[in-house]
Design a protein around this ligand. Sequence first.
Ligand SMILES: Nc1ncnc2c1ncn2[C@@H]1O[C@H](COP(=O)(O)OP(=O)(O)OP(=O)(O)O)[C@@H](O)[C@H]1O
Ligand SMILES: [Mg+2]
Length: 226
Amino acid sequence: MKDACAALSVSGLDVVLEGARVLRNLTFQVPSGKTIGLAGHNGAGKTTTLRALMGVVRSRGEIHLDGNAIDKMGPAERARRGIGYAPEDRRLIVALNVVENLRLPAEIRAFSAAEIERRLQAVLELLPELKALERRPAGLLSGGQQKMAALGRALMVGDRLLLLDEPFQGLAPALARRYAEALRTLRLQRPELAILITESNPSLLAPLAAQVYTIERGEIRAPTQV
Ligand SMILES: Nc1ncnc2c1ncn2[C@@H]1O[C@H](COP(=O)(O)OP(=O)(O)OP(=O)(O)O)[C@@H](O)[C@H]1O
Ligand SMILES: [Mg+2]
C-alpha cells in the first residue's frame, strides 16, 4: 500500500520518447478530495505526464491509485479504475454528436443503460452549456465548446481521478470562468474526487488548486502552496 490518503501516488516516473528522456524521476501525489496543479512551459512534459498516467505512453516507475499499482495496466483498465482523461487536443469523435461522445467511454465500461443515463444527466446539469449542444456533431463545436465536452466525457467515467490537460488554453474569458465555476461545483458535489490539472500559466491554477507542482524539462520542482 502506498500513501493511504493519496488517490494517486507517482514515484520515480520516467518516460523516454524516441530516445529522449522526456520525464525524469517524477514523484508526486494527488490526495483524495484535492485539486492539484501541474504548471510548466511549453515542452516541459505536462502532456507526457498525463499520457503516462493514463497508460497511453510507456513509462517506468510506480503509479498507484488508491494504493493499488496501475502502472502495468493499459488505458482501458485504468479507465475502469475510475480515471477520466480530458486530453489537450480533446480527441472528440467529430462525426458523433456531443451526447454520443459523452456516452462512449461509459458504454466501453459497459455500464447499464440506466447508469449511463444517470451519469449523463448529472454531467449535463453540471455543464448546462452542453445541453444546448447535445445533438450537434462534435466537429462543429468551437475549440472552447470542445474543451467543455472533453471535460464532460472525462466526468462520465472519472469517479476517482480526473486528468485535465490545459483546460483553459484557448478558452474565451467567459467560457474560462464557467469552466472554473463548474470545477468548483464539482469539488462540492464529489468531495472524494482527486483532480490533476496542467497549465502553462500557473496563475490560472491558483484559485482552484490546493498545491501546484512545477515541471521543467521533465523534472518536478518543489510544490508551492497557493
Ligand atoms: N512522440 C514524441 N516523440 C518524441 N518527443 C516527444 C514526443 N511527444 C513529446 N515529445 C517531447 O517531449 C517533451 C515534452 O512534451 P509535452 O508535450 O509533454 O510538453 P507540454 O508541457 O505538454 O507542452 P505544451 O505546453 O506545448 O503542451 C517535448 O520536448 C516534446 O518535444
Ligand atoms: Mg501539452
